[in-house]
Structure formats: structure tokens, C-alpha cells
Design a binder for this molecule. Structure first.
Ligand code: PGA
Length: 248
């Protein structure tokens, strides 16, 4: 199965010119990578500019159309050939005051549109991580049927590791991955828990990326800061996805 390497550009870069340059450089750099799906999640406004790599959005509204000033729907994203949508990122939980309930509605809206949500979960510093993960996963998936749940990707992103340079240890990440899979198994069935893709995110760089893929039981990585430098991001992709030339 292909690993999933996701670039979360957040609110960067500031101009269309820089966005195009970054996208095209990454596209060239990851050409020939066989066993990783590379997903770029730029700000909404840049989505229509890009093709040639899988696209993801960084957020979505939970209603499909209507009088919701400033919002973007899952159908609009689908029309732009977006495949994945990040939902419940800790920055949206914090700055936009997203709750487990709104996140649940967003997950359903994304799934109903036929897109794949990337649900972000993770504890703040000082919080008991098992409880937080169990609650966030269970609440986000409330009422989601099994045939839709198979399209969900879950990213374990401890809040204290995001943008801090303090990445979570491989061992601790493994514990969180198992906790997530346990919840999925309880809510649905073991087969889904085995299949569901769980990613790690939080200060991933070209040095630590390979170790997560080898030792933490993850199916991929969610990369923030280090996805804004094409060279760094390409290095991360290549650390997990070998190229055609490596193979022959
Ligand atoms: P970071 O961000 O790689 O800059 O820590 C990850 C994320 O927020 O998804």
C-alpha cells in the first residue's frame, strides 16, 4: 500500500507566484516516486491553479450551500478535483473554536460529497493523551456508517509537537496509533482498524521522517513547516517513497 505524504501549507505562501513555484518544484522533485501518494493542501485560493499532484483542502464548512458568508463547501472542493480535506486541525480547534460537534458535521459533509477527510487528533501539553484521542476520534465519527468510515484518514498530531521542532518519539507515536486503532475497532470492526490509514504530524523533517515509517506503525505523514521548502519536502517524500531509479 502507498504511504500518504501530505503537505499542509497552512496560510502560506503570500503570493500566487510563490505558490506556483513551490508546487511546480515539488512536482518535478517527486516525479518517479512510486510508493507514496503526495498530497498538497494549499490555501483555498490556490487550489484551482494546480494539477499533476493530488490536492487536499485545509478545511471546509459543514453545510453544502447557502447563506454562509466566507465559507467553502465540500461540493466546491470536489468540483476543483480535491480528494482530501483536513478536518479538526488543532489550529482550527484553537483559533476558530471548532468543537467535536462541528468537526463531526464537517466529517459527514466531506464523506457525503465523496471526498476523504483527514481527521486530526492529538493532546495538548499536560493533557492525558489516551482520553483526548479516544474522545476526539469517537465524537468525530459519531453516526458515520461503516461504508463511509473506510474513507477516513486519521492524523495523530500532538499539539505540543506542531511547529515547535519537538517531534513526538517513535515509541509514543506507536502507542497513539494503537489507541486510535483500538477506538476504530470498538466503533466498527477489527478489519477496518487494520486497514485505516493513521498518519503522524508534528515537526516532521527529513531526518526523522523515515523512522516514523519504519517504527511507529503509521501509513504516512502530515508535514507543515517543512512542506514550505521544496527541497526539505522532497527529501521527506524520498525518505519514505523510493523512486523508479532506486528500484532498478
Ligand atoms: P509542523 O505542522 O510540521 O509545522 O509541525 C504540522 C501540522 O500542523 O500539520
Amino acid at each position: 500500500m502507498k504511504s500518504l505524504i501530505i503537505a499542509n501549507w497552512k496560510m502560506n505562501p503570500s503570493t500566487e507566484k510563490e505558490a506556483r513555484e513551490l508546487f511546480e518544484t515539488v512536482k518535478r522533485g517527486v516525479k518517479g516516486v512510486k510508493n507514496a501518494e503526495v498530497v498538497i493542501c494549499p490555501p483555498f485560493v490556490y487550489l484551482p491553479l494546480f494539477s499533476g499532484l493530488t490536492l487536499g483542502a485545509q478545511n471546509v464548512f459543514f453545510r453544502i450551500k447557502g447563506a454562509f458568508t466566507g465559507e467553502v463547501s465540500a461540493l466546491m472542493l470536489k468540483d476543483l478535483k480535491v480528494k482530501y480535506v483536513i478536518v479538526g486541525h488543532s489550529e482550527a480547534r484553537f483559533h476558530l473554536k471548532e468543537t467535536d460537534e462541528t468537526i463531526n458535521r464537517k466529517i459527514k459533509s466531506v464523506l457525503d460529497a465523496g471526498l476523504m477527510p483527514i481527521l486530526c487528533v492529538g493532546e495538548n501539553k499536560g493533557e492525558e493523551k489516551q482520553n483526548v484521542i479516544e474522545r476526539q476520534v469517537a465524537e468525530a465519527l459519531k453516526g458515520v456508517p461503516l461504508n463511509q468510515a473506510k474513507n477516513i484518514v486519521i492524523a495523530y498530531e500532538p499539539v505540543w509537537a506542531i511547529g515547535t521542532g519537538k517531534n513526538c518519539s517513535v515509541e509514543e507515536t506507536m502507542v497513539s496509533v494503537l489507541t486510535i486503532k483500538k477506538v476504530i475497532s470498538k466503533l466498527y470492526k477489527r478489519e477496518l482498524a487494520e486497514k485505516i490509514k493513521v498518519l503522524y504530524g508534528g515537526s516532521v523533517d527529513g531526518k526523522n521522517s523515515g523512522s516514523y515509517m519504519k517504527g511507529a506503525g503509521v501509513s504516512g505523514l502530515l508535514v507543515g513547516g517543512n512542506s514550505l521548502n521544496a527541497k526539505d519536502f522532497i527529501k521527506i517524500v524520498k525518505s519514505v517513497g523510493f523512486t523508479r531509479s532506486d528500484n532498478f
